[in-house]
Design a protein around this ligand. Structure first.
Ligand code: DGL
Length: 278
């Protein structure tokens, strides 16, 4: 008989906690395991090969913990590793119940519904933007929507180093938003296509024209997961429902507990793991 497990939630660091928070709101009944690869974050400026290798190591670790379903709650990993894992790695496992999902497709499926002008701006890491994943995915679901992109390479480091609420952060928040807005006067919707960026939401709102909608992904991904579990009862049955959440990091656990508190309302007790065995 197939063993049951928690739902795995993965990010390069703390950003995936903004997704997990919304998932737990909408699907509180399940068990979750969160892993932040903090020792190797940020992923945003790393090559395809490296992001793929790190992400696949993490996914194998989740499978070893008994997870059936793993969500890459990281746009960079979704952009650079998900397809290879789905197409090359999973088929070799000979286990049709092992699934890995990302955050880009569920976002692309609905983002066109938010715009009236049919002009959307995407803010993401260099890796996500250079992959053109959003351009390609949005084109499939909303071919008449124009997509403009801007990489924001300094935002994740500001957040991971807890500098995102400082005055200095404003300079870089404004800089990238201005660069995006200069691409088209018709943009009416901004997508924060990095799971870290909700932490900068106040500053992003302050530097964005008031009539522009700012969209974060947490709720979108959570609703999409709910729908996925309803459509895949064989996978859903393999997800344990005891309402527990365990946190793991590849860096120092005490540091994770302190930093993660910025993203999470309750106290976090994490454990450190080593991915190099995978
Ligand atoms: N939170 C990740 C994302 O959604 C990225 C962070 C990183 O650069 O590591 O893209």
């Amino acid at each position: 008989m197939q063993k049951k497990g928690a739902i795995g939630i993965f990010d390069s660091g703390y950003g995936g906690l903004t997704i997990l928070k919304e998932i737990v709101q909408i699907l509180p009944e399940y068990n979750y395991i969160y892993l932040g690869d903090n020792a190797r974050a940020p992923y945003g400026s790393r090559s395809f090969d490296t992001v793929y290798r790190y992400t696949w190591e993490a996914v194998q670790w989740f499978f070893e913990q008994g997870c059936t379903l793993v969500i890459l709650a990281c746009n960079t990993a979704s952009a650079k590793a998900l397809r290879t894992i789905q197409q090359n790695n999973l088929p070799l496992l000979n286990d049709k119940h092992k699934r890995v999902l990302g955050v880009i497709r569920p976002t692309a499926e609905v983002i066109g519904n938010y715009t009236n002008s049919k002009h959307i701006g995407i803010l993401g890491t260099t890796g996500t933007i250079q992959s053109n994943s959003y351009l390609l995915e949005i084109e499939k679901f909303f071919p008449s929507v124009n997509v403009y992109q801007q990489a924001c390479p300094l935002w994740v480091p500001l957040i991971e180093n807890n500098e995102h609420l400082t005055k200095g952060a404003d300079y870089f928040v404004k800089k990238y938003i201005d660069q995006l807005m200069e691409q088209s006067a018709n943009i009416d919707t901004l997508l924060l296509a990095c799971t870290h960026y909700p932490l900068l939401l106040d500053k992003i709102s302050n530097h964005t024209p008031a009539d522009i909608k700012i969209i974060t992904q947490g709720n979108i991904v959570a609703l999409s997961l709910k729908d996925y579990l309803q459509r895949h009862p064989a996978i859903e049955e393999l997800c344990i429902k005891n309402q527990t959440i365990q946190f793991y990091t590849t860096d120092n656990a005490a540091l994770f507990n302190t930093q993660a508190a910025i993203f999470w309302n309750n106290k976090i007790e994490s454990k450190q793991i080593n991915l190099s065995a995978f």
